[in-house]
Design a protein around this ligand. Structure first.
Ligand code: ATP
Ligand code: MG
Length: 326
């Protein structure tokens, strides 16, 4: 099977990105042909500093490598370096209904978050994402819950195209993890954890032990005392239990028993310790990779070459189907 997924070079990669997306990638790369992209063109849809973007792209490549994506098994590349992504985006624009775009949850949320900058790119974001996925004739797209809607739209676009121009695209399946598909913000457990919210709302994959401790201890929970999983009534504690469960490999019931009769402070302390230990290898590998910039750039260059071969072959076929191959 061919697998495709990506992360935007915005903000700081957090444990939600890891549990929702990257962890699945690392497992999938063992038996599949995987393509993982750093989607810098998507990052242009929200306010950013051009000078900082390039560093952020390299940092994300380091995140991929430090969290176990193996360049010997998977293609890792930068979206903007393969021009077929933008070309296909335009072509798919012509088969995408505007009504579908305006009803997307992410568009609505980001329009609220960035009121001063509701650009057409923010609206058309899912078309670029469809181009990313369809360009590689992808079978499976491993993402977090919040991106499910966009993959569904990708399926709609693929079907519309196939109907209009003849069988061209594979219609991809979405894959979200059973647990961890939507890790919530530490400061507002009704909202998903996001890279572009403040640092107090997430645990960064490379956060230092002291930061992890402070953020977990300060995380918002209810006024009760019992450590019980109940996402409706105890969203904060339930989110922390999910995180605890995924990093410890223990199920929630086991954890409820372990912390029976113990207070929130003790539970949080134990979670902070678990996270500090679990994330230590990530911090260590990152430090090592930071001093090997040439190596990281070489991986991205190899990735670009391999991605380009597939992308060019798909675009050639599409041009023919659409009457653009004169
Ligand atoms: P931004 O605020 O810039 O949109 P983000 O945290 O949503 O940042 P993305 O780059 O948009 O990160 O998404 C990367 C991947 O991480 C996607 O597969 C997405 O579904 C997943 N993801 C994002 N947030 C979460 C979360 N809170 N829980 C689980 N998965 C998540
Ligand atoms: Mg996002």
């Amino acid at each position: 099977m061919r697998v495709f997924s990506g992360i935007q070079p915005t903000g700081t990669i957090h444990i939600g990105n890891y549990l929702g997306a990257i962890k699945q990638w690392v497992e999938l790369q063992e038996k599949n042909e995987c393509i993982f992209c750093i989607v810098d063109l998507h990052a242009l849809t929200v306010p950013y500093k051009p000078k900082e973007l390039e560093n952020s792209v390299l940092e994300k490549a380091i995140v991929y490598l430090a969290s176990g994506v193996d360049p010997g098994k998977s293609i890792i590349f930068i979206q903007s370096q393969v021009k077929e992504h933008t070309e296909l985006t335009w072509l798919l624009n012509t088969v995408t209904p505007v009504g579908e775009l305006t009803r997307m949850t992410q568009f609505k949320e980001k329009s609220k978050k960035f009121r001063q900058n509701i650009n057409a790119g923010l609206l058309n974001y899912p078309i670029l994402m469809a181009a990313d996925i369809l360009l590689y004739q992808t079978d499976v797209v491993p993402v977090g819950e919040d991106q499910k809607q966009h993959v569904e739209l990708t399926r709609t676009i693929a079907r519309k195209f196939n109907q209009k121009f003849g069988e061209t695209f594979k219609v991809p399946e979405v894959k979200v993890p059973k647990s961890g598909a939507k890790i919530m913000s530490l400061q507002n457990p009704a909202k998903k954890m996001s890279k572009t919210d403040g640092p107090d709302t997430y645990i960064g994959l490379f956060d230092e032990p002291e930061e992890i401790k402070q953020k977990i201890m300060r995380s918002v929970t209810d006024t009760g005392k019992i450590i019980k999983y109940n996402p409706e009534k105890k969203a904060g504690i339930s989110n922390l239990l999910t995180i605890y469960s995924l990093f410890s490999g223990k199920n929630i019931k086991e954890l409820e028993r372990k912390f029976k009769g113990k207070g929130y402070a003790e539970f949080k302390k134990s979670l902070a310790e678990l996270l500090i230990n679990s994330l230590e290898p990530f911090r260590r590998k990152r430090k090592e990779l930071l001093s090997r910039e040439v190596y990281v750039k070489e991986i991205l260059e190899q990735g670009r070459k391999r991605a380009e071969i597939i992308a060019q072959s798909t675009i050639g076929e599409i041009r023919k189907k659409m009457g653009l191959s004169i």
